[in-house]
Design a protein around this ligand. Structure first.
Ligand code: CP3
Length: 355
């Protein structure tokens, strides 16, 4: 059976049996699977070449280009999973929010969402709003063979941070002021975003994605009690909406050491950990029944070959005996990382003994 003639949302056997999906399901693996957040992107010269003259958001809407960019790191590094090339703001753009991704800055929203009246701009998303996603994933699953494709979306809080602030922020003061000052509006905003996010993930799973990752990149800005009351219900709604597909659900954020347990309880099968918390400690915080993903400090990539191997060994040792470990960086690949260092890192993780 090939990916081509597989029923919607069901994986071919070779994909189902891949090391990556097995680790997500906490089954024994022949080697520790590895992929990298932001593995497709500026660290690759072949990426910079095909992106020449094409604005970021436009590149996300061209299925052939998305397919090529998604495949580039799989070809080059032999990673165990592909991640669909897109951005967390694509579904917002697709429902008509006026935003752009400014090079070197990030997502910028023309008119921030600040009032109840603004909520009306966040309409529901359907597959017809993102035909290029369905098309690109169809092309990709055919090209990828047994390699699983990870779909993804931004979590409600991280999306809200861009929508309310109007762009990237260090403090999230407008977003958090809404959360504290107008909890009803905040809850309604996050609930709207949960529905949009769930719909966007469903499109990707129905088109053939074998796993999904919810990026709550900036949730680390929140105290656990605020996360629990004001953010977790919306993220849990997203996870719940896709639970029935049976594909692994990964939940990741940066600086979320104090939130790891809650992020698991939100409904994740795999909890992503940044480099600040060693995986054995993360395991204690998260508790049994979840796989972990992570967590080499991305800046280690700027050291020499032996140091990279030694630091990767530390991650593997901290993960020894874990049920379910997916090797990754603690955050995305830095744009100026040496791609050869990544290729060697994959080789190292694949051949290192699982203890
Ligand atoms: O390989 C992959 O991981 C898939 C591609 C991917 C992109 N964005 C492509 C991209 C993924 C998973 C994302 C998610 C994303 N986007 C997140 C969550 C992940 C994280 O890093 O925490 C966030 C917070 C965003 C918002 C965003 N989009 C930022 C902060 C930036 C960087 C701005 C810059 O130029 O430094 C973007 C733009 C973006 N998204 C780029 C890429 C490859 C760079 C733009 C380019 O290549 O021209």
């Amino acid at each position: 059976m090939t990916a081509n003639d597989t029923p919607k949302g069901q994986q071919p056997t070779a994909t189902y049996d891949s090391a990556f999906l097995k680790a997500c399901r906490r089954e024994p693996v022949p080697h520790t699977p590895v992929w990298f957040m932001r593995q497709a992107g500026r660290s690759l010269p072949e990426y910079r070449k095909v992106r020449e003259g094409v604005p970021m958001l436009e590149s996300c809407m061209r299925p052939e280009l998305v397919t090529e960019i998604t495949l580039q790191p799989v070809r080059r590094h032999d990673v165990d999973a592909a991640i669909y090339f897109s951005d967390i703001v694509v579904p917002l753009k697709a429902i008509g929010i006026d935003l752009d991704i400014k090079p070197g800055v990030g997502p910028v929203v023309e008119q921030p969402i600040r009032t109840r009246a603004d909520l009306a701009r966040l309409r529901d998303l359907g597959p017809e709003d993102v035909p290029y996603v369905t098309e690109a994933i169809g092309l990709l699953t055919r090209e990828l063979g047994a390699t699983p494709l990870i779909g993804f979306a931004g979590a409600p809080f991280t999306l809200a941070s861009y929508l309310v602030e109007g762009g990237p922020s260090r403090t999230y003061e407008n977003a958090k002021a809404m959360m504290y000052g107008d909890p009803e509006l905040w809850a309604d905003l996050l609930d709207r975003l949960a529905d949009i996010t769930a719909a966007f993930l469903k499109v990707q799973i129905e088109a053939g994605a074998s796993a999904v990752q919810l990026f709550d990149s900036w949730a680390g800005a929140l105290a656990p009690a605020d996360y629990l009351h004001s953010v977790m219900p919306a993220s849990a709604k997203v996870f719940d909406a896709v639970a029935g597909y049976g594909v692994p659900r990964i939940h990741f954020g940066v600086g979320t050491g104090e939130l790891l347990k809650l992020m698991g309880e939100a409904g994740a099968d795999v909890v992503g950990v940044d480099w600040r918390v060693p995986l054995d400690e993360a395991r204690r915080r998260v508790g049994a029944g979840k796989a972990l993903q992570g967590n080499l400090d991305p800046t280690v990539l700027f050291t020499d070959k032996d140091t990279i191997a030694a630091k990767a060994r530390e991650v593997l040792d901290a993960a020894a005996g874990l049920e379910g470990h997916v090797f990754n960086l603690g955050h995305g690949v830095p744009p100026n990382a040496d791609p050869d260092a990544l290729t060697r890192l994959v080789e190292y993780v694949h051949t290192a003994t699982v203890r």
